[in-house]
Design a protein around this ligand. Structure first.
Ligand code: GLV
Length: 369
């Protein structure tokens, strides 16, 4: 599974998920949820009490973040340098926000000066940024942006679905107010749970709203109670938590804790460098020009000239039993995408992908133009 996710699920995590189903309100599941909360606090490098996992994928967490923090008529600014900024803008529009965007071409990113100019022009209540833009392969710099947002009295919302655990991110130090990720990328758990955390500033805004969030399922007051984050003595039934998905998520966080976050970041960086050198040796081009802005977890390769990218991905799946992917959203037709996340981030995986790509370029049809 070398696409942009889901990645392979190691036996240990699969086994955790195959334990017997217990009740979603049993004391034992609350203990498991408490462990998950601590694991997420470590992974996000945050002390936020309001830290939990949403029942759903990264998109659910994205909606949870936006639906809770934004009220109809409020201004939202979304940084669009790929599909995730587009989707955040779409979600905010659906709940009646006034949405503005700053747009960079696929493969590009924003300077702090550009961000500050837009914050000062639009005065948004929330600013959205994707840390790992999996559609274009960009790792967005974070330094100083949280401070800028706070200067303009704006909450800083960051999508780290594709980057979390694979590239340095310190939620509290970076001044991030709302951060989320997914279970199926570096964590190597099955898709279906999405860690999320809210700063004190974000909670202040959310719990002083004039209107109820549009979604009952994603209402943070309910979720906070289910996850024991609201200080109330007992938890009330809200929805039936996906208990076996919680087992797997807990195990995947334990794997990350055992390796250590810094070691995981370093491994992903080294493996990505090895992969990128191998691609360039083959004559392939990396889509993201600036080295420091290359996402170590999902690599975008310029679609080789003269080939049909779909024929390449199909050939590799059929002949080598490996998944790699084409572009997504604005990068469709422009790139091939290879994900090396969690247990898949190894030199052995890189060698497998490089061999499959070499073979595909030999066997797929090359047009004469
Ligand atoms: C999904 O996250 C993707 O990047 O394809």
């Amino acid at each position: 599974m070398f696409g942009p996710g889901p990645s392979n699920v190691p036996q240990r995590i699969l086994e955790a998920g195959s334990n017997p189903v217990i009740g979603h309100m049993h004391p034992e599941i609350f203990e498991i949820m408490n462990d998950i909360k601590s694991g997420i606090q470590y992974m996000f490098q945050t002390q936020n009490n309001m830290t939990l996992a949403v029942s759903g994928t990264g998109h659910t967490a994205m909606e949870c973040a936006i639906f809770n923090t934004v009220e109809p008529g409020e201004s939202v600014l979304s940084a669009v340098n790929g599909i995730w900024g587009e989707r955040a803008a779409d979600m905010a529009e659906r709940i009646g926000a006034r949405v503005n965007t700053i747009v960079a071409p696929p493969g590009g990113f924003f300077t702090n000066a550009e961000i500050e100019q837009a914050l000062s022009k639009y005065r948004p209540a929330v600013f959205f940024l994707a840390h790992g833009e999996s559609s274009t392969g960009v790792l967005h710099p974070l330094d100083g942006i949280g401070q800028l947002c706070h200067k303009y009295n704006c909450l800083f919302l960051v999508d780290s679905v594709a980057s979390m655990g694979g590239a340095p991110l310190y939620m509290d130090q970076h001044g991030i107010d709302i951060l989320y990720t997914g279970s199926q990328k570096v964590l190597n758990a099955p898709p279906g749970t999405a860690p999320i955390s809210f700063s004190e500033r974000a909670c202040q805004k959310i719990f002083n709203r004039r209107t109820k969030p549009v979604s009952f399922f994603l209402d943070l007051s309910w979720l906070a109670n289910y996850w024991g984050c609201d200080g109330k003595p007992s938890r009330v039934y809200h929805h039936t938590g996906p208990v076996t998905a919680f087992y797997s998520l807990r195990e995947s966080l334990a794997v990350l804790v055992e390796e250590g976050l810094e070691n995981s970041w370093e491994r992903h960086e080294k493996v990505a460098e090895y992969f990128h050198a191998g691609l360039e040796n083959m004559g392939l081009k990396l889509f993201v020009k600036e080295k420091k802005a290359r996402l170590p977890t999902v690599t975008t390769i310029v679609a080789p000239h003269g080939y049909d990218w779909k024929e390449i991905t199909t050939y590799i799946m059929k002949t080598h039993n490996l998944e790699i992917s084409g572009g997504l959203g604005p990068s469709v037709g422009m790139v091939l995408r290879v994900g090396l996340m969690g247990c898949n981030s190894s030199k052995a995986s890189v060698d497998m992908v490089l061999m499959a790509l070499k073979d595909a370029l030999k066997h797929c049809h090359k047009s004469k133009v």
